[in-house]
Design a protein around this ligand. Structure first.
Ligand SMILES: Nc1ncnc2c1ncn2[C@@H]1O[C@H](COP(=O)(O)OP(=O)(O)OP(=O)(O)O)[C@@H](O)[C@H]1O
Length: 260
């Protein structure tokens, strides 16, 4: 198996704060990872390394065969799709949904004077169908519900045909209906053999789509457990990560957790 990303002995320090401590993590081609942990566990920091937005203080980060620190990250970034609230905040509200997606092929936020190929428009349409937002193509981004926005943001992240897809809390702020539509759409993506290798971050096991193959539990900047999802999402390991007695169950491929 080819490693799409690998962290070896990675720590990240900011002043006296240790954001990540001796993290080892390997993502192989075709893997669908979920990273779970309480607030402040270091999940966003880990995604910042994988998306080449941050360098480690110590240790080695390899992404798509290149080592951070020895590669021009601007060449690497188009090969990585990212959907996160910080990117979403930069999308202009007046932008049409179809343009939000197609403009990713130029790496721009909001259309300006670029001209797009027919191929780009066809790809954007294909992705809108994949994310079930094709009916919203003509709407402006600012008029969408939170759930619709999330699916548009993921379609945008897929526009450059990335080899690695990073999703930072896609279910945050969604109501039950919005969450269920998103989880179903993400399940379809996870089960699509042509979809890129994926790493999804969430706080809630209820947001884990079917088709996720691996899980990592984090706490206090360290890895509590990592591996095939059924081996990692156990009462004992979840309890250790969240620091309270928890009971987790899996029914029809979906997970729920509550205090034990
Ligand atoms: N520049 C910084 N200086 C000091 N501490 C920082 C800095 N950036 C982040 N931190 C701290 O590092 C820890 C890890 O942050 P991170 O955002 O990676 O956690 P997270 O698991 O994504 O949390 P959340 O679930 O709340 O989004 C937090 O305690 C945060 O306050």
């Amino acid at each position: 198996m080819v490693a799409v990303a690998e962290l070896a002995g990675v720590s990240v320090r900011r002043g006296t704060a240790l954001l990540l401590h001796d993290v080892n993590f390997k993502v192989e081609e075709g893997d669908r990872w979920v990273i779970i942990g309480p607030n402040g566990a270091g999940k966003t920091t880990l995604l910042a390394l994988l998306s080449t937005q941050m360098h480690p203080t110590t240790g080695v980060v390899e992404v798509l065969g290149e080592y951070l620190g020895a590669v021009d990250v601007f060449e690497l970034r188009p090969r990585i799709g990212v959907a996160s609230s910080s990117i979403a905040h930069r999308i202009p509200n007046r932008e049409k949904v179809a343009d939000v997606i197609v403009s990713a092929s130029y790496g721009v936020m909001g259309r300006w004077r670029e001209t797009y190929e027919e191929m780009d428009h066809a790809r954007a349409l294909e992705l809108m169908r994949l994310m079930h937002v094709e009916d919203l193509a003509g709407r402006t981004y600012g008029t969408l519900s939170e759930g619709e926005r999330k699916r548009v943001e993921i379609a945008r992240a897929l526009m450059t045909d990335p080899e690695l897809l990073l999703l930072d809390e896609p279910g945050a702020g969604l109501d039950l209906r919005g969450r269920e539509i998103l989880v179903k759409t993400l399940s379809e993506l996870c089960e699509d053999p042509d979809a890129p290798t994926m790493v999804l971050v969430t706080h809630h096991v209820e947001e884990i789509p079917e088709g996720i193959s691996h899980a990592m539990l984090m706490a206090h900047g360290s890895v509590v457990a990592a591996g095939p999802i059924d081996e990692v999402l156990t009462d004992e390991k979840l309890t250790a990560a969240f620091g309270m007695p928890l009971h987790i169950t899996k029914i029809d491929g979906r997970w729920t957790a509550r205090a034990a």
